[in-house]
Design a protein around this ligand. Structure first.
Ligand SMILES: Cc1cc2nc3c(=O)[nH]c(=O)nc-3n(C[C@H](O)[C@H](O)[C@H](O)COP(=O)(O)OP(=O)(O)OC[C@H]3O[C@@H](n4cnc5c(N)ncnc54)[C@H](O)[C@@H]3O)c2cc1C
Length: 409
């Protein structure tokens, strides 16, 4: 039950009844957006975003300044040094950052979600006390080691293993993780491994926090099309030893990793991909909208040609729908409601629709939408990853049908 406070005509504060619908952005979110835009103007220019796309070099200094705004605390409760969990605010942060590029949004997600949100949802009390204060300040980055060369959507089939040594305190990890983005700049790789026999597919799996610099780890870059905030990599683990205390949730959670991966944490995490989509698509629409008012053909601005006007109206409308899907699901998360279906719907809809939006915007810019000197071609490269990464669109459709109880036969 959520309440809002309003000033009434007598200039007195009173509590209104719980509201079931309110599309007005809360004041603190609007202020957050303004402060991120100011921050970007001062610390992370369009040119820096382009340079990072070319080099994939982590803009550590700018990221630290971003953390000083307190945004990495948006997934961490106050008792652990954060600002209190505010999923809508965290999504607005990703959206605003992605309008400039993924260069700072990526590390933000690796800190606030792969680290912060996971530990809040699944960490032991000792792990929360150890890690969350450092995540809240942006000191630590986590990478995700879920996928493998032969394992994508079917994650419970992972082949990487962790075996408990005779001392009962040390795990030994072996196997290869693929598409492990930002492993080179991360402090920990949150790794899904099999920790027992394959008796039942979803059992005997664990999530282990592996220090990225542990002996026995080799990181190999994979060339990829976009989302260049960091390299994506293979992480090869050969007899990597970590303490059993590094099992997410603590030693008692050995073999209990699967529920963590499909629990509420992942429902929220799906949204961060949708927020990336909304951010990039917004930037594409803004650029195309502007360009159409500057470019003239056949004696008038191209925004005067009906086909272009209709395209621009279409992308604005689709973007609006994407934004509603994202923030409705984020609101459910903040209200403590179940969002399993809505988060998959948001990931599916925004993932696919943001691709349509950006490709339409690229077409409006003609050849200039294909030239490296404009940001549009980067938006295209980045957006193409959305229906794939973080669970493909088909997997979201499976989730939606399954969660809504549609029989398979
Ligand atoms: C830029 C980028 C960054 C990434 N970063 C990370 C990361 O940091 N860590 C990490 O662990 N992974 C990462 N990934 C991997 C990503 O999560 C996987 O690509 C994704 O889960 C899909 O797996 P796959 O590519 O192996 O496709 P597959 O699972 O092999 O699927 C291939 C195709 O078959 C379809 N398909 C498969 N099974 C079904 C089914 N049951 N029903 C219907 N259709 C099906 C899929 O929808 C897809 O179209 C990243 C990927 C990208 C592109």
């Amino acid at each position: 039950m959520k309440f809002i406070w309003r000033e009434d005509t007598q200039n007195q504060w009173r509590q209104l009844e719980s509201i079931s619908m309110n599309f007005e952005e809360q004041e603190h979110i609007t202020m957050l957006r303004q402060s991120i835009r100011r921050f970007l103007d001062q610390n992370y220019s369009r040119e820096q975003a382009r340079e990072q796309d070319r080099t994939m070099a982590f803009a550590r200094e700018a990221f630290q300044k971003l953390c000083d705004l307190g945004v990495t605390g948006l997934t961490v409760p106050e008792e652990y040094g954060g600002a209190g969990v505010d999923v809508v605010a965290a999504m607005a942060t990703i959206e605003e950052l992605c309008k400039r590029g993924t260069g700072l949004a990526g590390p933000f997600i690796h800190c606030a979600f792969y680290g912060g949100m996971n530990l809040v949802e699944n960490g032991s009390e000792a792990q929360k006390r150890e890690f969350l204060p450092r995540l809240a300040t942006g000191e630590l980055l986590f990478a995700y080691g879920l996928s493998e060369p032969d394992v994508g959507g079917d994650l419970p089939s992972v082949k990487a293993t962790a075996t408990l040594k005779e001392d009962g305190k040390t795990l030994v990890l072996n196997g290869t993780k693929r598409w492990c983005t930002a492993a080179r700049i991360a402090d920990y790789i949150l790794t899904l491994v099999r920790t027992g026999p394959v008796e039942e597919k979803y059992k005997n799996l664990s999530m282990v926090m592996v220090p990225a610099s542990a002996p026995g780890i080799t990181i190999v870059d994979i060339e990829h099309t976009g989302i260049h905030y960091a390299e994506t990599t293979d992480v090869i683990m050969e007899d990597v030893e970590v303490s059993i205390d590094n099992v997410l949730g603590g030693p008692d959670c050995l073999n209990k990793g699967w529920p963590m991966l499909v629990g509420r944490g992942l429902d929220v995490e799906r949204l961060e991909t949708a927020a990336i989509g909304v951010g990039i698509a917004t930037a594409a629409v803004e650029d195309a909208w502007q360009y159409a008012q500057e470019r003239s053909q056949f004696g008038k601005k191209i925004c005067g040609h009906q086909a272009v006007r209709h395209s621009l109206s279409d992308v604005k409308t689709k973007l609006q729908a994407c934004r509603h899907m994202l923030y409705h699901a984020a609101w459910l998360a903040d209200a403590g409601k179940d969002l399993a279906v809505e988060s998959s719907m948001a990931k599916l809809f925004v993932g696919d629709t943001s691709v349509e939006i950006v490709l339409e915007c690229q077409r409006i810019m003609g050849a200039y939408g294909y030239a490296n000197e404009y940001d549009m071609e980067r938006y295209v490269r980045d957006i193409l990853s959305l229906p794939i990464a973080g669970g493909s669109s088909n997997m979201q459709k499976n989730n939606i049908a399954n969660r809504l109880g549609l029989p398979q036969r």
